[in-house]
Ligand binder design. Structure first.
Ligand code: 2PG
Ligand code: MG
Length: 439
């Protein structure tokens, strides 16, 4: 079948932080798709360009320019193209703006069209999006991802309450996605109880729905999360483990890393030694962005010292094949965070997943701190078999939209004969790769 693009429309919408963002609808022969793009706060310098208007409107964050670019140059570029061929759609978008990171028209404009076209193609084929996305790889069957769920927030998502940005629970011992969500919920509730008992407020939540408090130290937050796992009746490490996103680009202070909440500043080696000590004391299975986005030397040291756990590159790789290829070549990190808006097209994100999977790097598909009510990210994780997903907390509708979609997919597949859940196995490639003595 063909699904020729007949109409492209765009408008300015709001994301979960209340900032303007680009929304787009694409009509094809026999179907339609609509998408709203997310936006980060702890963004990497090497991400594709987010075009904002400046001026007074919405404090300079308006996206009417990006919307106009969709309505004119991008609509013209893709009209008449077969949306069944995502590569052709994304090539046309690229031809309309060949600058790096879509600097002219804005990657926010480009991603809105790329996603809406993908959704329209699936709609025209009358298949769920995850099946449509899986169809791109020979023999790929849907795989429910292991979730990483935000419990405590700091950094740019919580007014700097603490330095490390995300403290997450990973229900590694759960047998299904639904059980993993219930376990994460239990840990979240236990963490709130412990924080209430310690006199920290829990009514207000951070950008991704995480709890936030001015803990005495980053270690104190790790201690609380580990206690919350125990208090939930789960075994720390085997049932539920811990992941952190340091988002260390935000901590860079010259050639040092500043822990403002602890009043300390550490050199890269000292900082990596501290992280290794955390790994020895707490059931940590994954560390994202332990070093800054351009500190390749520090990253090499970190991979050697911490490579027995998942070492995950977000601001380092920015969903960019060239940067990931350099990481693979130099043995830096062992996993990649994939955020479609860091690269601008569905195909661009897919290429990064493919390169990672070919290279033995684990993949974690991720939402942004500024999210939308869309759920396509859930289908992408299942269809592309990313194995892991990070969406934020188990509350706030922009987060639950993704969890709820995954719960529905699992239930549907179970009714149809059985679902496949990545579970504990999702973390194993990274752990094997990084194990001392591994090739
Ligand atoms: C991250 C994301 C999501 P942001 O750093 O991984 O937690 O945050 O969207 O602000 O970059
Ligand atoms: Mg990150």
């Amino acid at each position: 079948m063909t699904a020729l693009i007949t109409r492209v429309d765009a408008w300015e919408a709001l994301d979960s932080r209340g900032n303007p963002t680009v929304a787009c609808a694409v009509e094809v022969a026999g179907g339609q798709g609509q998408a709203v793009v997310p936006s980060g706060a702890s963004t990497g310098a090497h991400e594709a360009v987010e075009l904002r208007d400046g001026g007074d409107r919405y404090g300079g964050k308006g996206v009417l320019g990006a919307v106009a670019n969709v309505q004119t140059v991008l609509a013209e570029a893709v009209t008449g193209i077969d949306a069944d061929d995502q590569h052709a759609v994304d090539e046309a978008l690229r031809a309309a703006d060949p600058t790096p990171g879509f600097g002219q028209v804005g990657a926010n404009a480009v991603l809105a069209v790329s996603l809406a076209a993908c959704l329209a193609a699936a709609d025209a084929e009358r298949v769920p999006l995850y099946r449509w996305l899986a169809a791109g790889s020979a023999g790929a069957t849907p795989l429910l991802p292991l979730p990483m769920v935000n419990i405590l927030s700091g950094g740019a998502h919580a007014g700097g309450a603490i330095d490390v940005q995300d403290f997450l629970v990973v229900p590694v011992g759960a047998d299904s996605f639904a059980q993993a969500v219930e376990w994460a919920w239990r840990v979240r509730r236990a963490a709130a109880d412990l924080m209430d008992a310690a006199g920290h407020g829990t009514a207000l939540v951070a950008d991704e729905g995480g709890l936030a408090a001015p803990f005495a130290s980053n270690r104190a937050a790790l201690e609380l999360l580990t206690q919350a796992i125990e208090r939930s009746g789960l075994a720390p490490g085997s049932d539920a483990a811990v992941a952190i996103d340091v988002a260390a680009t935000q901590l860079v202070d010259g050639d040092r890393y500043a822990l403002a909440s602890e009043g300390r500043s550490l050199g890269a080696d000292e900082w990596v030694a501290e992280l290794a000590d955390w790994c020895a004391r707490f059931p940590i299975v994954s560390i994202e962005d332990p070093l800054g986005e351009d500190d390749w030397t520090g990253w090499a040291t970190a991979t050697k010292a911490l490579g027995h756990v998942q070492v995950l590159g977000d601001d380092l790789f920015v969903t960019n094949t060239e940067r990931l290829a350099r990481g693979v070549e130099e043995g830096i990190a062992n996993a990649v965070l994939v955020k479609p808006n860091q690269t601008g097209t569905v195909s661009g994100a897919r290429r990064v997943v493919d390169l990672a999977q070919r290279s033995g790097y684990a993949t974690v598909l991720s939402a942004r701190s500024g999210e939308t009510e869309d759920a396509w990210l859930a289908d992408m994780a299942v269809g592309w078999r990313t194995g892991q997903i990070k969406v934020g907390s188990v509350m706030r509708s922009e987060r639950t939209a993704k969890w709820n979609r995954l719960l529905r997919i699992e239930a549907e597949l179970d009714r149809a004969g059985g679902s496949d859940y990545a579970g504990r196995g999702a973390l194993e490639p990274a752990i094997r790769l990084g194990a001392p003595g591994a090739p």
